[in-house]
Design a protein around this ligand. Structure first.
Ligand SMILES: Nc1nc2c(ncn2[C@@H]2O[C@H](COP(=O)(O)OP(=O)(O)OP(=O)(O)O)[C@@H](O)[C@H]2O)c(=O)[nH]1
Length: 617
């Protein structure tokens, strides 16, 4: 086996020589590290240019050590004298990004199922495995990190064999760190993963599995060709809209983008059309030729549905148009992000945004701040509720301010099917936690003598915020968690409003289970009392359900005279002080007669859920 980089540059490769695969795993089991070794071993990146997590291109990904966006790369590999092209698609492992995983799977015929040899199967190993099996991919089971002293490959090979129904001997053993076993793994990919099948003479059909907005090049669209070929200078059409575009560039990624003469059946690469509007290159769409194009699109992807909503507002109101533009651009990168304009009495103009989960929300916010230089406030996140009024009218509520006043006939909340895997000694404490979160046990299975899988139905609102942190701390970090939405259930829900001097502050309203309302009211009133500076009059801070007040704190009055200290003399000093006070006022929002500094909103809204940095695993 030796590397043959020149072969990687040749496109229109015979499909029989192509293998498209991805690596799926629980978070931190070592996908990105293994991908690094593959880049090196195939000679695509030489040792000098190598850096850790080569495919994680975003700063946030490197800093957090997690993969958010799926990436793809073309690798040459030789078995005996036969030359092959591998397309590797690196996928994220966090539960919020399952959607990215499912898109990556659409472009592959095989999946390397990577399991940490010191940890065994975890909740997302199973979730990703089931996704891959659903799409009928060839699964190649692999134990990673065999260099670790704590590795117990024999034990976990049995576990994997038991789950996927193979022999324990079939499970390969590698170390992404030392590179051991990576060559044989690539050989196995070539041997087991089926070559892509497509009709080279049919009209072109390629599926879009990712699109990225690039400041210099415009929209870059990643595709996998299914039939025919895509060549530069030809007009292409997007099948969902019928829109046609001039193709400016077609190419492959190995590991940097390289223009090519085109892409044929089974090949994975990118195209650039000079389109500036990010919404014209929809993930899941089929690309065909504008002239004599295909008539049947490929089966689309399942549209991702947001699970968590939150309001995003610019701290400086004049940044509103920039925020809109930034969201437009991010959405191309992130088909799961949704947003629509909303206004808040307290925060002004902003957007109601939908996310897949809290990590997704946090990352979106961080990207808006970093990549677009925006200073933002986000309101407390909430899930999606359905309410039926006394008159039988139904309403979907994604924003607490839309919660109908008055009596409601029925209120529903979304629920999840949750899987927890942990050492069996923690079963009692996990059950306790789930019960306290209104969970219902669905079943329990032993994966081996000492490890158990628990299945629960839990309200989504209970699970997305701090559940994972509680689970981790109660199980000393040994439990892993995965959940998927599973419909809705009747629940006794109420809206808690927070009032300043009798006036509701919409940004602080929350929908909670009736049993949790008191705790929310107490927490917010105490917090706001600390955060809002004293005014020249007393300000009551109240929590209320409808007109019923359930908690109250008072901010005592003071009188602040900035000129008091400089009576007599210096007029310019006086003016300066007054101006300083005016500056301060600009950063205040006035609720009724109460001046609330921006910082108080930020602090009050960020200190609970969004401050826990959930890194689910
Ligand atoms: N000892 C040892 N450590 C490894 C090996 N492979 C990965 N690691 C370490 O395990 C941690 C996680 O590795 P990553 O490659 O970032 O894991 P990942 O699965 O890509 O994680 P996500 O991208 O967040 O899903 C890092 O600290 C790696 O250095 C290995 O073979 N041996």
């Amino acid at each position: 086996m030796s590397s043959i980089p020149s072969f990687a540059d040749t496109t229109f490769t015979d499909p029989a020589r192509i293998r498209n695969f991805c690596i799926i795993a629980h978070i931190d089991h070592g996908k990105s590290t293994l991908a690094d070794r593959m880049l090196q071993l195939t000679g695509v990146v030489d040792a000098r240019a190598m850096r850790a997590q080569y495919l994680d291109r975003m700063d946030i990904e490197r800093e957090r050590g997690i993969t958010i966006k799926a990436q793809n790369v073309r690798l040459p590999w030789k078995v005996g004298d036969e030359e092959y092209v591998l397309h590797l698609i690196d996928t994220p492992g966090h539960v919020d990004f399952t959607y990215e995983v499912s898109r990556a799977l659409e472009a592959c015929e095989g999946a390397v199922l990577l399991v940490d040899a010191a940890q065994g199967i975890e909740a997302q190993t199973l979730a990703n495995l089931y996704l891959a099996m659903d799409k009928e991919l060839e699964i190649i089971p692999v134990l990673n990190k065999i260099d670790l002293p704590a590795a117990d490959p024999d034990r976990y090979a049995e576990e994997i064999a038991h789950i996927i129904g193979c022999e324990a001997d079939d499970v390969l053993r590698v170390s992404g760190k030392t590179g051991e076993g990576v060559g044989p793994l690539l050989d196995r990919v070539i041997e087991r993963v089926p070559a892509p099948v497509g009709d080279p003479d049919a009209p072109a059909r390629a599926m879009i599995f990712d699109s990225v907005y690039d400041t210099y090049r415009g929209v870059v669209t990643y595709i996998r060709v299914v039939d025919g070929k895509i060549v530069p200078r030809e007009k292409i059409a997007m099948m969902s809209t019928g829109a046609t575009h001039e193709l400016l560039e077609v190419g492959i990624v190995s590991p940097e983008p390289k223009p090519s003469k085109g892409l044929g059946v089974g090949e994975v690469g990118y195209l650039i059309t000079g389109v500036k509007d990010v919404r014209q290159s929809k993930v899941g769409d089929t690309v065909t030729s504008a002239r004599k194009g295909a008539t049947e699109p490929l089966t689309g992807y399942q549209e991702p549905r947001p699970m968590v909503y939150s309001g995003l507002y610019p701290v400086d109101g004049s940044d509103y148009p920039d925020l809109r533009e930034a969201l437009d651009k991010l959405q191309l990168n992130d088909a799961a992000l949704t947003y629509e304009p909303e206004t808040s009495v307290a925060l002004g103009f902003g957007f109601r945004c939908g996310f897949l989960g809290l990590l997704h929300m946090e990352i979106t916010r961080e990207r808006l701040q970093r990549e677009f230089g925006l200073d933002l406030i986000s309101t407390a996140p909430n899930v999606v509720y359905r309410v039926v009024g006394e008159d039988g009218r139904e309403q979907i509520v994604t924003n607490p301010s839309d919660w109908p006043d008055g009596k409601l006939r029925e209120t529903y909340e979304p629920i999840t099917k949750t899987t927890i895997i942990a050492p069996s000694e923690f079963v009692g404490t996990i059950m306790e936690l789930c019960q306290s979160r209104r969970g219902e046990l669905g079943g329990m299975d032993y994966l081996s003598e000492s490890r158990v899988e628990l299945r629960y139905t839990l309200p989504m609102a209970e699970i997305i915020f701090d559940f994972f942190d509680s689970l981790k701390s109660r199980t000393r970090g040994y439990a892993s968690l995965d959940y998927e939405e599973a419909g809705e259930q009747l629940a006794d829900l109420v809206k808690v409003d927070i009032l300043l001097q009798g006036e509701a502050v919409d940004a602080f309203s929350a929908i909670v289970h009736r049993d949790a309302a008191q705790a929310y009211g107490n927490k917010m009133t105490v917090k706001l009392k600390e955060l809002i500076p004293r005014q020249q009059f007393e300000v009551p801070v109240q929590a209320a359900i409808g007109s019923k007040v359930i908690a109250r704190e008072n901010i005592r009055a003071i009188r602040k005279d900035v000129l008091a200290k400089c009576y007599g003399g210096d007029i310019s000093r006086k003016r300066k002080l007054l101006e300083k006070q005016k500056e301060g006022k600009k950063r205040m929002k006035t609720i009724g007669r109460v001046d609330v500094p921006q910082e108080a909103f930020v602090a009050a809204l960020s200190s609970d859920a969004s401050a826990d940095k959930p890194k689910g695993r």
